[in-house]
Design a protein around this ligand. Structure first.
Ligand code: GLU
Length: 496
């Protein structure tokens, strides 16, 4: 008989109660990677059943973040709140099959028992009082209009729920430590533990890949799967990303270097962030750090996921850093090495956001734009550097590095007249090439009795704003004859 391997179906199931953070994105990435690796299906499910804590803005933030990262999903977004009927149908089935029962214990009675357990320094486990009600007793209470919850019957015989987590290994939870838990509240609303399992069963999820905080629910969910006669998925729980204080990343504020949005604003490339995040708590035997999409998909496996919670090196209070230095260096790597067309596309977005974009950068000067990006990207770490450090290439409104201005320009008073004179010589060059430019500079240095180095440093600062950068003549050629001449001419005003 032919056996057809079951198609992998995974899901990312965020609760829309905040922004998309590093931890959530990491879960999404691992699901996405596993689907890509296996040719499986990736579902996006928004678990919005907690109406008070869920918000539309948060849903939008999650969708925007996923799209920006390029984590494309095959189905969804499905909203859990639209499937309440499925959850209640499942509860009805469990009642009918004798796997669940109606519990009429009031809050007051439960509270008294909880207090008694606390006083006795014992863990409160619901005693199953209503489990043994006869059908007649149950019917009578219902007829009397008493409110009830629905609880799952946890096996009473000795034993345990045992499962093998793909990351944490064999996990065991004794039946006696799991109470008959509520699956439907007395107001008729399903509990999250039920909704989550029912959605996974309906969607045919084969691998539940989620944060380690989901581990606490897993034994209960396994009991639900079994009671509903559904095959169990593979569970893979992932360690939780922590901040330097060892607190959960998700507890930190929006706008801190834990929000996906933050990285987008700061000028990270989406793939660089994915590459960085995947290394938080996952590694290959050779500790490789840089992966293209194809390489990452090929290399990914649950085996490399660490059980220890990775700590992010946020460096938030250090003005020299904006986040974990490793994230920055990975980003710089991709800025330097991705195809120049691709980087030019990202730079365009940055310039548009900062009001520096000009239509002819894409039309008449498209080649110039791409080559300029290629020329200056070597030293940059973030996309925003194109707007700050690289501003002089795209705009006449740029600031001169104050220290460099002082040291390389203002300190040499004779440059006040010499730079404009050089500007006139530059304006007269025909053609304007590296050769003619170099010759003009050498001649000027000789004529002005100035060291070539002094002239070159000053020109670089007044034309590009910075004392360092790519090859000097290339920079001037890129900025162009007219602008170079104008900036040299204007330099005389710096001494005022
Ligand atoms: N909605 C849960 C959360 O955002 C995820 C639960 C799951 O993946 O099973 O933490």
């Amino acid at each position: 008989m032919n056996t057809v391997a079951k198609k992998v179906v995974v899901r990312f199931a965020p609760s829309p109660t905040g922004y998309l953070h590093i931890g959530g994105a990491r879960t999404a990435i691992f699901n996405w990677l596993y689907a890509k690796k296996t040719g499986g299906k990736f579902i996006l499910r928004i678990e919005d059943t907690d109406a008070e804590r869920s918000s539309k803005d948060s849903v939008q933030g999650i969708l925007d973040g996923m799209r920006w990262l390029g984590l494309d999903w095959d189905e969804g977004p499905n909203f859990q709140s639209e499937f309440t009927a499925d959850h209640l149908t499942a509860a009805g089935k469990l009642l009918a099959s004798g796997h669940a029962y109606k519990c009429f214990c009031t809050q007051e009675v439960l509270e008294q028992k909880r207090t008694a357990a606390r006083d006795a320094k014992a863990t409160f486990v619901y005693d199953g009082l209503c489990r043994d009600l006869s059908p007649e007793e149950t019917a009578a209470k219902e007829v009397a209009g008493l409110p009830y919850t629905i609880r799952l019957k946890v096996p009473r015989q000795p034993g345990a729920v045992v499962f093998e987590d793909a990351v944490y290994g064999v996990i065991e939870k004794k039946f006696q430590d799991i109470e008959d838990f509520v699956i439907v509240r007395s107001n008729g609303r399903p509990l999250y533990v039920l909704s989550n399992a029912v959605d996974d069963i309906r969607d045919g999820i084969t691998h539940v890949i989620r944060g380690q905080d989901g581990l606490a629910n897993t034994p209960k969910q396994i009991l639900l799967y079994q009671a509903l006669g559904a095959p169990l998925p593979v569970f893979a729980h992932m360690s939780l990303a922590l901040d330097p204080q060892k607190a959960k990343i998700s507890k930190r504020k929006h706008g801190e270097p834990v929000a996906i949005h933050f990285y987008r604003e700061k000028g990270f490339l989406p793939w660089a962030l994915i590459n960085f995040l995947v290394l938080l708590g996952w590694s290959t035997p050779d500790n490789r750090e840089i992966f293209s999409e194809t390489e990452l998909i090929a290399a990914f496996s649950f085996v490399g996921i660490s059980r220890n919670n990775p700590v992010m090196d946020l460096r938030q209070d250090d003005p020299k850093f904006i986040t974990d230095p490793k994230a920055v260096s990975i980003n710089a790597h991709y800025l330097r090495t991705l195809p120049k067309e691709e980087i030019a596309g990202h730079v365009r977005t940055q310039l548009e956001k900062s009001g520096l974009w000009q239509a002819d950068f894409a039309e008449g000067r498209a080649d110039w734009f791409r080559e300029t990006v290629d020329l200056i990207r070597g030293r940059f770490q973030l996309l925003t550097d194109f707007v700050t450090l690289g501003r002089a290439y795209f705009s006449d409104e740029f600031a001169l590095d104050p220290k460099a201005l002082e040291k390389y320009v203002l300190a040499h008073w004779e440059l006040k007249t010499r730079l404009p004179e050089l500007g006139q010589r530059v304006a007269a060059l025909a053609p304007f090439t590296a050769g003619t430019l170099e010759q003009a500079l050498r001649e000027a240095a000789a004529d002005f009795s100035l060291k070539l180095g002094i002239l070159v440093n000053a020109v670089r600062v007044v034309v590009t704003g910075h004392p360092v950068g790519p090859e000097f003549l290339e920079c001037l050629l890129c900025i162009g004859q007219e602008k170079t001449a104008q900036r040299l001419d204007k330099a005389q005003g710096l001494w005022n």
